[in-house]
Design a protein around this ligand. Structure first.
Ligand SMILES: *Cc1c(COP(=O)(O)O)cnc(C)c1O
Length: 454
């Protein structure tokens, strides 16, 4: 609560008096006061102090087409006037949800032609869990209930989402995971690879899936869920050996494969889906975030034709949300996808901005604090270390948080996951803006290093 601006102080007082913020230490936030973001355009945010900030995280990985696109506002306004709400229960539908389902089927991998809509990614994964179990029950194998997931994966914050996720700090609160969800190792070579080569470690990590299937018993396993690239866990790019080995294992056992595409979907890797990038051929894909570029909440589950054929034989699926396929959200998502297609945004990521960002980011490898730079598409991670050769961290110094604060203070949003700095800018970021991002990132690394030495 240090601002001299009376308007900022007023908003911060409202925050203290009335607001409980997600993923926050309520008491600490009261002492510090939140930064108030008032408006945004393109890749830039402005706060109530008048600072302009380059949003290296696209909000929470979601603002794919950038801020301030009037077309999305107009689509919402038009739909609100025409039909602001109607539900999809009881054998009704409305045009925007049907047109959106078709538009998604057109860009989804081959053979994935149906979508169940939700209000968020978490609800998409809740839907997945219930649909997987329903699917196996219809097939006469009701014991195939267990979902295998990965440590340090992120699948949302509802009870099922947080249970599927592998975040121990989330499990500690509220007695999670719920029964029937088990976790295997993550393919995070930089911190967990030890003396193994990345290739050998990738095989080892993938083999954990087979071991877990055999331990639980294939007759009890319903599905394996994974993010093509772990986002919230720290932009973890699996070694090249990982996905091919996982695919071999999945082909061997009769279980479903769910790709959580909430971050990787809608162009983040330079393909429409992370599953295209790694050729994963999943049975289901969870979507949200980039689906509407975050302009309005919406999520969903894309389902493979063979799975739908089984579900068709199962009578009622007793599941859905008041806001499943909300017409305003659907209209916004449709317009978002139209813009991505017409402006060839995904192609531009693949051929122009992703190669450029990855090249420029890797220049930071020469910095004394940097142990590794990695990335795919418009995702990037910078590992901060004390010793480059041994990948040894600065223990207990909170280096990531120090760096994050310098970024904030110098007009750049980079997120810290432990001592890993991560970025996922809007997909419309230009080469000039990438230059600005990398220049600011280097400056903040310098400031962090001085702070550690000072
Ligand atoms: C954000 C996220 C979710 C949860 O989405 P919400 O809309 O926040 O519920 C699920 N999976 C992944 C991979 C995510 O990044």
């Amino acid at each position: 609560m240090t601002s001299n601006n009376p308007q900022t102080r007023e908003w911060q007082t409202l925050s203290n008096d009335h607001h409980l913020a997600p993923f926050s230490d309520f008491k600490q936030l009261k002492e510090k006061g939140p930064r108030i973001i008032t408006h945004a355009k393109g890749v830039y945010l402005w706060d109530s102090e008048g600072n302009q900030i380059l949003d290296g995280m696209a909000g929470l990985w979601c603002v794919a087409i950038g801020y301030g696109r009037d077309e999305l506002a107009d689509a919402a306004s038009k739909q609100m006037r025409e039909l602001p709400y109607y539900n999809l229960f009881f054998q009704t539908a409305h045009p925007p949800v049907l047109e959106l389902a078709k538009a998604i089927a057109d860009i989804a991998p081959q053979g994935m032609n149906h979508v169940f809509f939700t209000g968020s990614g978490s609800e998409g994964n809740d839907t997945m869990l219930r649909m997987v179990r329903h699917y196996w029950a219809i097939k006469g194998q009701p014991n195939k209930k267990v979902i295998i997931s990965r440590k340090n994966g992120y699948h949302g914050s509802t009870v099922a989402g947080a249970s599927l996720g592998g975040m121990t700090y989330m499990h500690e609160q509220g007695d999670l995971p719920i029964p029937g969800i088990v976790h295997i190792a993550q393919p995070y070579w930089f911190t967990e690879g030890g003396d193994m080569t990345p290739e050998a470690f990738g095989i080892w990590a993938a083999n954990q899936l087979e071991e877990k299937i055999l331990e639980v018993g294939v007759d009890n396993v319903g599905a394996f869920i994974a993010e093509p690239i772990q986002g919230a866990g720290g932009v973890i790019i699996p070694p090249d050996s990982y996905w091919p080995r996982i695919k071999e294992i999945l082909a061997k056992y009769d279980i479903l494969f769910v790709a959580d595409e909430v971050i990787c979907g809608f162009g983040r890797t330079g393909e429409w889906f992370g599953s295209d990038f790694y050729d994963l051929k999943p049975d289901m894909m969870t979507i949200a975030k980039g689906l509407t570029s975050g302009y309005i909440p919406m999520g969903g589950l894309i389902v493979r034709d063979e799975v739908v054929a089984v579900l068709n034989e199962g009578g009622d699926f007793n599941h859905g949300f008041t806001y499943s396929g909300h017409p305003v959200a659907a209209a916004v998502a449709l317009e978002n996808i139209r813009i991505m297609r017409d402006e060839k945004i995904v192609e531009r990521v693949k051929t122009e901005t992703a190669p450029y960002l990855q090249k420029r980011l890797r220049e930071l490898n020469d910095h004394p604090l940097v142990g590794e730079v990695r990335g795919v598409g418009l995702l990037g991670a910078i590992e901060l270390v004390q010793d480059k050769a041994t990948r040894k961290r600065y223990e207990g110094k909170g280096v990531g948080m120090i760096c994050r604060q310098f970024c904030f203070d110098n007009g750049l949003i980079m997120r810290a996951v432990g001592d890993t700095m991560i970025i996922a800018p809007p997909l419309v970021i230009t080469p000039a803006e990438i230059d600005e991002l990398v220049t600011k990132a280097r400056k903040c690394l310098d400031l962090t290093l001085s702070a550690l030495q000072g």
